[in-house]
Design a protein around this ligand. Structure first.
Ligand SMILES: NC(=O)c1ccc[n+]([C@@H]2O[C@H](COP(=O)([O-])OP(=O)(O)OC[C@H]3O[C@@H](n4cnc5c(N)ncnc54)[C@H](OP(=O)(O)O)[C@@H]3O)[C@@H](O)[C@H]2O)c1
Length: 345
């Protein structure tokens, strides 16, 4: 390198642009080192076959796939859901996976795979879950709050009102329609907001006092941070629990808090719609993210101490784009959910 080129390289490196470029290039390296250190920190305090993991909402879908992953690596797994038969089937699957990987039925005096039939939004049920964990494992290390319900209709459609241009058919929502909407909103709030609330208040002290590396993960949704038509009830109830947990993370810094926000995932989630709505987007079982991929990312988010995880990764730009150019996100969301806004002429 000639003296001139070297001198101009030094000059560029010490300029503002040079410093910015160096910072930009070193950012991914710093992030990756931090993640490795956090991972090492947790795994050195908590070997994976000693980890006591509670999964709320694991009789199907993503929760079931998460249970499989933890069972395969020998963790102690407690799964919770309301449907007993489905839950028993998942217990059986987890026991088989755990044994296949060479882990015994018991660990540290407690059974390795256990379950409780419970509704995570009911006080008595969650107290029963906590008592069971204390008796069986004498504590808890990791809690994944997975359960949720969908709602798929535009708000006025829930009330039985059709929007045509500037007019409505019938012209107003009647008392029955308003009540129907309230019922759907109450069901969504009970599962998507009150369930995470009851779980947190029941389990925070147990996690904090019995684990060397306590962790909570909330399975949220992209809809919690980016609005979409036909998702007003679902998105607002998921946003409420996300903000609840983000605030709790400040109140309880000894616990590590993770939030995973997937876009559409394959599976039967939409059949539980509290408003009886139908799927409007392209078939989620063809176009959706694989539930195993979401499960894997949930487990790695806890292992690595990741805070906010969007899936697919590029959707993390969506809240920023909505901030600078809301019309673009609104257009994309309307297209995705085949929703034609009825603008007045
Ligand atoms: N699927 C998607 O496209 C998608 C996208 C983004 C985010 N998410 C989020 O991912 C989570 C799981 O979705 P999924 O696709 O796995 O749905 P899923 O297949 O319907 O599974 C939901 C699970 O939650 C349980 N559950 C529901 N209400 C419960 C309650 N009150 N108490 C205890 N367990 C309850 C269900 O079991 P029981 O019925 O037996 O109780 C079931 O095991 C939800 O929080 C959802 O918001 C899903």
């Amino acid at each position: 390198m000639s003296t001139l080129t070297l001198a101009s390289a030094i000059e560029f490196a010490s300029s503002e642009w040079g410093i910015l470029l160096a910072l930009g290039l070193s950012f991914p390296i710093i992030v990756s080192i931090r993640r490795s250190l956090r991972r090492l920190h947790r795994s050195s305090r908590l070997p994976s076959n000693y980890e006591r993991v509670l999964i709320l909402g694991a009789s199907s879908g993503i929760g079931r796939a998460i249970a499989h992953l933890y069972a395969s690596r020998g963790a102690r797994v407690c799964i919770v859901s309301r449907r007993e038969d489905e839950l028993n089937a998942v217990v059986e699957e987890c026991r088989n996976l755990s044994m296949k990987a060479g882990h015994g039925e018991y660990q540290a005096g407690g059974r390795r795979v256990i379950s409780v039939v419970a509704d995570f939004s009911e006080t008595d049920d969650m107290v029963r879950v906590r008592d069971f964990l204390e008796t069986e494992w004498r504590g808890l290390d990791t809690c994944l709050v997975v359960a949720g319900v969908s709602a798929l209709k535009p708000l006025m459609a829930v009330a039985g009102v059709e929007n045509v241009g500037r007019s409505f058919k019938p012209p107003q929502a009647d008392a029955e329609g308003i009540q129907k909407t309230l019922d759907a909103g109450t069901l969504a709030a009970k599962c998507n907001y009150l369930g995470p609330l009851v779980s947190a208040v029941t389990l925070i002290p147990l996690l904090s006092t019995t684990s060397p590396a306590p962790s909570i993960l909330l399975l949220s949704s992209l809809a919690a941070t980016v609005p979409a038509p036909t998702r007003s009830i679902y998105a607002s109830s998921k946003a409420a629990s996300l903000m609840l947990y983000e605030s709790l993370a400040i109140e309880h810094p000894a616990i590590h808090w993770s939030y995973v926000l997937p876009a559409t995932v394959e599976g039967a989630f939409r059949s539980s719609a509290v408003d009886g709505g139908e799927v409007r987007e392209a078939d989620p079982n063809i176009r959706g993210i694989k539930r195993e991929a979401v499960a894997k990312r949930c487990v790695s988010a806890i292992d690595n101490g990741d805070r906010m995880v969007y899936m697919p990764w590029y959707t993390e730009w969506a809240p920023f784009i909505y901030w600078v150019w809301p019309g673009y996100i609104e257009w994309r969301a309307s297209k995705k959910y085949r929703f034609a806004p009825t603008k007045s002429s």
